[in-house]
Design a binder for this molecule. Structure first.
Ligand code: SF4
Length: 331
């Protein structure tokens, strides 16, 4: 505490956003890997990081999961799990060709967007998919109807968008985008294509929306906002942007307390803390402890919305996949 006065020390506080951390889709995907390991034994192969969080991936590796980027890396006769971000139909075909049993941990809210894409493509719409180029989810969704889907990566991409028939277009989106920026993109698209129709329901998922609503509230009252999450986590990165947009002087994405720079605290009275949808609470606890050791021990929870959604485990976990994989080999 050094020479600080009692009043100044007292004024230091943390605003902790809620909801934060694990969403129902991530919770389900992580439990699915653990259950598969318990039921079938190691190894269970997982195509792509099951969720975009370093800590979770390492924890599952220790338990016997093997992460691969390509389906072809999995030896025949094994079980491969698809990550929460979803995969294109081509990946299911690769798995069948490679004689693999599969468990699909795609979040049901991503599957919903896939189904919308398939339906609009069948009706021969051009689909403008708002999302980030190269993100696993965008690759998976695009794979459902590559001939019909054009990626729109933010408002500045709108000028170059071309469609076959401006009277028959619909927009869909990635589930983890910034709500505000997506609305800006949609408005620009509507100016250009007045007949553009909207998805039947929100594609940006409830968890993304709720975490942004909460970080907006803490961002307005904090000089610094620390977002716990990994660099490849789309929804976590959006939280940083939303915090700054809401009024925070600075916001940083960290995997844990070891990545916080003490200099960020200079002159800061109120620190906002939140975490992305793929972040286990233990990492947030670590950040809160780090802050408490530096005089920010007073924590107020700011909770604008309640969450109670859960998803049941992937259906394949109820079947005997080892037997299926063995049968695939002897075919
Ligand atoms: S962030 Fe949303 S879409 Fe992604 S896994 Fe979580 S609930 Fe599903």
């Amino acid at each position: 505490m050094g020479h600080m006065t009692a009043a100044a020390a007292f004024a230091r506080r943390v605003l902790l956003a809620a909801p934060r951390g694990y969403c129902a889709g991530v919770d389900r995907a992580v439990i699915a890997v653990e259950e598969a390991l318990k039921k079938y034994g190691a190894p269970v192969y997982v195509r792509h990081e099951i969720v975009h969080n370093k800590y979770v991936v390492k924890m599952l590796e220790r338990k016997g999961a093997i992460f691969v980027e390509r389906t072809e890396e999995v030896p025949a006769g094994n079980i491969v799990m698809f990550s929460a971000h979803g995969v294109s139909p081509e990946v299911h075909e690769e798995a069948a060709r490679g004689r693999l049993a599969t468990i699909d941990a795609t979040c049901p809210l991503v599957t919903k967007v896939h189904k919308e894409a398939v339906r609009f493509a069948k009706e021969d719409y051009d689909i403008l998919l708002i999302g980030h180029e190269g993100h696993e989810e965008v690759i998976g969704t695009t794979g459902e109807a590559p001939e019909h889907i054009t990626l729109v990566d933010g408002p500045d991409d709108v000028d170059k968008v071309e469609v076959r028939d401006p009277d028959k277009i619909v927009w869909l989106s990635q589930t983890t985008l910034s709500v505000d920026e997506t609305m800006e993109t949609v408005e620009r698209l509507q100016e250009k294509f007045p007949k553009l129709i909207s998805p039947p329901s929100d594609d940006i998922c409830y968890a993304t929306q709720n975490r942004q609503t909460a970080v907006k509230m803490i961002g307005a009252d904090s000089e610094l906002v620390i977002v716990v999450g990994s660099q490849n986590s789309s929804n976590s990165k959006r939280l940083v942007e939303v915090a700054v947009g809401a009024g925070a002087d600075a916001s940083y994405l960290v995997d844990g307390p070891e990545e916080i720079d003490e200099a960020w605290l200079a002159g800061v009275t109120t620190v906002g803390v939140t975490s992305g949808a793929s972040v286990p609470e233990v990492l947030v606890d670590g950040v809160l402890e780090w802050l408490a050791e530096r005089g920010y021990g007073d924590v107020d929870v700011v909770q604008p919305v309640q969450e109670s959604i859960t998803f049941s485990l992937p259906k394949e976990l109820r079947r005997d996949l080892r037997a299926e994989a063995a049968a695939a080999l002897s075919d």
